[in-house]
Design a protein around this ligand. Structure first.
Ligand code: MSP
Length: 518
């Protein structure tokens, strides 16, 4: 039987910047989707990469005093390193300066030309290099210092006049609205969908899709005075990576993408321009664009000028990798904005992880170690309470899967924690430490039920916390080949008599350096 496919993408990141929490967050969400789907039996392609052309990158390279290619080689590597550091499981890493991508962009361009969707004209209007975006007068506002900025992003604009190719976006209004109508989950969350629908309803203008005033980009086929507009170039990465312009092979298998994950600031490019380009070229639009929210730092907007940019590497060094991965997806309903604070981070780390999940594992495994010959105990008959806990554990997967399918990570984790809490309550109620003397058979049954519940919890925690969940599965002696979701059946239950390694804590507590006594 062939596996169902799943194709998930991150935005490709501008290489003018060092990686920060925003980049780490978008990719983390995709990593969890990819890991979840792989464990659930899907054939997954998870793509990330870097967006290396355009005026903004060219400017940063100039400022750094290096040529653009050398600059992008260097900065792109930071994003690759971050992916490894954060334990992201991306299957590919694309750079828009690669030959495969240039071929793909030019092929898409030719399709658009052949379809009569692009024409030559001239652009006179506002451009914000920071956003790499064109703005109309009504989208701008004046700052007290007299500068003109885009209302949506605060990016400064400059007046641009140059010959330009245009994409007939204005002709796509009805077909875009029909796409949103026919696919109610094409844009999530719903509130973002409504914003896009009203933007498109308000009317679309043709879009400038080439530039002539700099040359750091893909040449327009047949007219190398122009380079392709960086957003048309960048968006094309999603089909380049699956082999476009070859539309057989990987493209036929993986396209359309199941989810393009993006931040709310770049939704319009993905939910309006991109499906219009694709449909105009006779290609299928993606299945979904999910726009997540933005993080603030201790209540403040994150910005370089405020000097409060959050470095994901420092976070991980302070709190631990899986702790950070857990926090980012648990703290905020995915799609909403969220605030990073030390207090909130420590609260999750010590509360949810160390006290709830970690302590459950530690209590159960050390009781088994001390009282059951360091091996999975053999259960006797199950009580209703035992069956209820096992049933709750067996139900987590479907509940989590439903949440994951709409990118509700916080809910998926809540399903897991409902059972973590139920298991802790069960331990307290059954008091296996007291049964040791009064009813050792019953103690073994209780510890068996808990070990089997832990097996479910650890298998299902893997997408979010791969290392910690893996360690927990090691402590339960679950073989490597029995860690996917197909193993969440009674047939793969923990086996009485299996010897277990010496238990050790999986989720350390955060101790304030000055409270340490050190
Ligand atoms: N190059 C474009 C994307 C092209 S995709 C075809 C781009 N690059 S970016 O480097 O600016 O991307 C940043 C990503 O990080 C976006 O998804 C953005 O929403 C996200 N974030 C940037 N700052 C953020 C926060 N403070 N919080 C959460 N995410 C934020 O845009």
């Amino acid at each position: 039987m062939t596996k169902p496919k799943y194709y998930v993408t991150t935005p490709i990141y501008y290489v003018n910047d060092v990686p920060h929490i925003g980049h780490a967050y978008t990719t983390l969400a995709c990593d969890v989707l990819a890991r979840f789907k792989r464990l659930d039996g899907y054939d997954v392609t998870f793509l990330t990469g870097t967006d290396e052309h355009g005026q903004k990158v060219a400017k940063s390279a100039r400022a750094a005093g290096v040529d653009a290619q050398a600059f992008t080689d260097q900065v792109s590597q930071n994003f690759r390193d971050l992916a490894a550091f954060m334990n992201y499981s991306n299957d590919d890493f694309i750079r828009t300066t690669e030959a495969r991508h240039k071929t793909s962009v030019q092929a898409l361009w030719r399709r658009l030309i052949d379809a009569g969707e692009i024409y030559l004209g001239s652009y006179a209007g506002w451009y914000a290099t920071r956003d790499e975006a064109f703005y109309t007068d009504s989208e701008l506002e004046k700052r007290p210092d007299g500068s003109l900025v885009a209302k949506a992003s605060g990016a400064e604009v400059e007046w641009v006049e140059e010959p330009s190719y245009f994409f007939r976006l204005s002709a796509w209004q009805d077909r875009l609205l029909a796409l949103y109508e026919a696919n109610p989950d094409f844009i999530l969350p719903k509130t973002r969908r409504n914003e896009v629908v009203s933007f498109v309803k308000s009317g679309l203008q043709d879009l400038s899709v080439s530039r002539t005033t700099f040359d750091w980009g893909v040449d327009v086929p047949g007219d190398d005075a122009h380079v392709v507009y960086v957003w048309l170039d960048a968006l094309t990465n999603y089909i380049t990576a699956v082999g476009f312009p070859d539309t057989e092979g990987d493209y036929a298998r993986y396209w359309p993408a199941d989810v393009h994950m993006v931040g709310k600031d770049i939704l319009r490019f993905h939910a309006v321009y991109w499906p219009a380009f694709l449909m105009a070229a006779g290609l299928q639009p993606p299945r979904r664009v999910f726009a997540h929210g933005w993080w603030t730092n201790e209540g403040q907007k994150i910005s370089k000028s405020l000097g409060n940019v959050i470095d994901p590497i420092k976070l991980v060094e302070t709190y631990g990798l899986d702790q950070v991965r857990y926090f980012l997806l648990r703290e905020v309903p995915f799609g909403n904005d969220g605030d990073f604070s030390h207090a909130a981070m420590v609260h999750r780390m010590n509360g949810d992880l160390a006290n709830d999940f970690g302590n459950l594992a530690q209590r159960v495994l050390s009781m088994i170690h001390r009282n059951c010959d360091k091996a999975v105990p053999a259960p006797g008959g199950f009580s209703d309470g035992d069956r209820a806990l096992l049933k709750a554990a067996a139900a987590i997967k479907d509940n989590m899967a439903a949440a994951i399918d709409v990118q509700a990570f916080h809910e998926a984790l809540e399903h897991l924690w409902t059972v973590v809490r139920a298991a802790n309550a069960y331990v307290d109620r059954q008091a296996p430490w007291a049964l040791r003397k009064t009813d050792p058979d019953r103690m073994r049954t209780v510890l068996y039920v808990l070990a089997e519940t832990l097996r479910h919890l650890a298998i299902l925690a893997q997408p979010v916390m791969p290392d910690s969940a893996g360690r927990m599965l090691d402590l339960l002696a679950v073989p490597a080949e029995a860690r996917d979701f197909a193993a969440l059946t009674p047939a793969h239950a923990v086996q009485p008599g299996t010897s277990l390694p010496k238990p050790e804590g999986v989720f350390p507590r955060h101790v304030e350096p000055d409270a340490d006594g050190a």
